[in-house]
Design a binder for this molecule. Structure first.
Ligand code: TYC
Length: 101
């Protein structure tokens, strides 16, 4: 009887690569109201009001703050969603993404 023999791939990877991670960064500006920034953080990043307030105030004081870390597509989608929420209301609110080292 025929027997099927499964050979291992010659250059099988030892293990799955871990995906590269990207920070979403909130940038301060002089125009977007604090309450609006906090509301966007809660809506887009599912933060509590306390978490959102802390990140908003960190950006306000230091110029920028890391919001969270995601895989690339999620980071870019959320950064765009937050930036667009600001623009829809006439605010210059901006999120950027940056590769984690
Ligand atoms: N600096 C803004 C103000 O005083 C509030 C603000 C905080 C805007 C954080 C953007 O990322 C930001 N109204």
């Amino acid at each position: 009887m025929e027997e099927t023999v499964f050979k291992p791939k010659e250059r099988a990877k030892a293990r799955a690569e871990r995906p590269k991670l990207y920070k979403v960064i909130l940038l301060n500006d002089d125009f977007t109201p604090r309450d609006f920034v906090t509301a966007v953080l809660m809506a887009v990043f599912r933060m509590t009001d306390g978490e959102a307030l802390a990140v908003m105030m960190a950006a306000h004081r230091k110029g920028a703050a890391v919001v969270a870390v995601f895989t690339r597509e999620i980071a870019e989608t959320k950064a765009l969603a937050g930036t667009e929420m600001g623009r829809e209301h006439g605010y210059p609110l901006a999120f950027t993404t940056e590769r984690e080292d």
